[in-house]
Design a protein around this ligand. Structure first.
Ligand code: 2P0
Length: 335
């Protein structure tokens, strides 16, 4: 079999959940308790470069830093899988470059783990199809499963203990809803105090509302699927915003409570509710203080100007739905 002798490079986008992943049935494999839905962004890609190393151990450098725990063990878990599957044992050197600050609650690990998974599969000539690749990315970070396929995705929770039925797939291509715009409002680039992984465990162990949350997400998945496929902005607005609010309320019912939003977040949300009276708009929030706004192109410039005037210190980045992970050709330089 022909082997990849030179470096391989893959790129993957962050994805923003419309129906949130918050709870695991298996922490080692990142198997979720509920289905989730998301959309890939057309910007802020992460690049992963992988090559053979003449060294005693694998190396995982992310934004110039050699990774220690807990990320190192996640990369190692994926590499173990690749070695077993390909029956090969090269030592690898991986270099990952993100364009979003890590740990700000904006899907940085999803982009990194999915780019790494694709580079790994290419390097070891694993010949994985999209579902297997999505499941491999999931082992690195649950939400990374949704950065492999194109556009709008559904991550199936699955039922099997080995996780082979827990993968994401496209439900609407990235260019099928050209009017949709996604605004990242970056208020704070400090790392979050409680990681998503720890937050999910604490909520599952201590919140009396965790089971209701799980049932609600599984119930909502096919309804939200319909809204996305019908490009029904109004229906998606109420479902997605309410799901994000519920996730944050749920976190506050953990012991001790987890609060990801800040006072600046609340001021922006209040402003967005005002704008919502006149514009098609809804917001969502990941595990951090930075709101994400969904709107339609006709309202984009008004919303951007209004945010710039009221929150001059916030950085507002407009994106569109984008494709999933892909192999990139080049001269081996990582940008
Ligand atoms: C999501 N988040 O659906 C939710 C909403 C954050 C809030 O997926 O432990 O970094 O690596 O599987 O994937 C963040 O969780 O957690 C996340 P792990 P991950 O996008």
């Amino acid at each position: 079999m022909k082997r990849n002798s030179g470096p391989v490079m893959a790129q993957a986008p962050p994805n923003i959940a419309l129906l949130k992943y918050w709870g695991k049935r298996d922490s080692a494999l990142n198997l979720p308790v509920a289905d989730s839905l998301a959309v890939c962004l057309d910007d802020f890609h992460t690049t992963a470069k992988m090559q053979r190393a003449d060294a005693p151990a694998d190396s995982f450098v992310w934004n110039g830093q050699e990774m220690g725990p807990p990320y190192r063990s996640r990369f190692q878990r994926m590499v173990r899988f690749a070695r077993e599957r390909s029956a090969r044992d090269e030592v690898i050197q991986a270099e990952i470059k993100s364009t979003l600050p890590p740990r700000i609650g904006l899907a940085g690990s999803a982009a990194a783990m999915s780019a790494f998974a694709l580079a790994l599969s290419e390097f070891f000539d694993m010949g994985l199809h999209s579902r297997e690749l999505s499941a491999l990315a999931r082992m690195g970070s649950g939400s990374a499963a949704r950065s492999i396929p194109d556009g709008f995705t559904w991550w199936h929770r699955g039922h099997l203990t080995d996780g082979t039925d827990s993968f994401a797939e496209t439900i609407l291509s990235h260019d099928a809803w050209p009017e949709l715009r996604i605004l990242l409002i970056i208020l704070d680039t400090e790392g979050k105090r409680v990681s998503s992984t720890d937050g999910m465990v604490r909520v599952a162990q201590t919140s009396p509302h965790f089971e209701a949350w799980t049932h609600q997400c599984n119930f909502l998945a096919p309804i939200m699927l319909e809204a996305i496929q019908a490009q029904d902005f109004e229906k998606l607005s109420s479902l997605a915003q309410s799901n994000a609010q519920t996730m944050h309320a749920l976190c506050m019912t953990a012991q001790p409570p987890i609060v990801y939003v800040s006072s600046a977040t609340l001021r922006v949300l209040e402003h967005l509710e005002e704008l919502r009276r006149a514009h098609p708009l809804f917001y969502t929030l990941d595990a951090g203080p930075n709101p994400i706004v969904f709107t339609l192109d006709g309202s984009l410039s008004t919303i951007e100007s209004s945010l710039a005037a009221s929150f001059p210190r916030a950085s507002v980045q407009a994106c569109r739905p984008g494709p999933g992970a892909r192999i990139v050709k080049g001269n081996g330089a990582i940008k």
